[in-house]
Design a protein. Sequence first.
Length: 118
Amino acid sequence: MMEPLRAKIGRVNETLRPMIADSRLALHGERDFGVEMVRALSATIAEMDPIMSNAKQLRTEHPGIAKDLDEYVVQAKELRSLLEQLRVMLTMKRLSLQEDSAHIQAVSRWASTLQSTR
């Protein structure tokens, strides 16, 4: 069981690295962060749920996977921080778009009123 488990954890860790890099780029406005990225992250994290729920037992039974599990935990913590920052950024962007929309509507009403008074 250890080798397929170790391979799975290794694959997930390898998959997460570029996703974390892409999340950092998105935070700096250099990459889009959309639904596809959220789905990919969710699917990758979901693969580890059963493993992490038994991590303590697995570490005892298979000490050779401890390093891989530790790497996953470090990446998961970094990802959690990045996702929180992205959530705040996207919330602020949404608020800005709502303000812009309200401004455009006000200008439109003003232009309509101006046209009707001429």
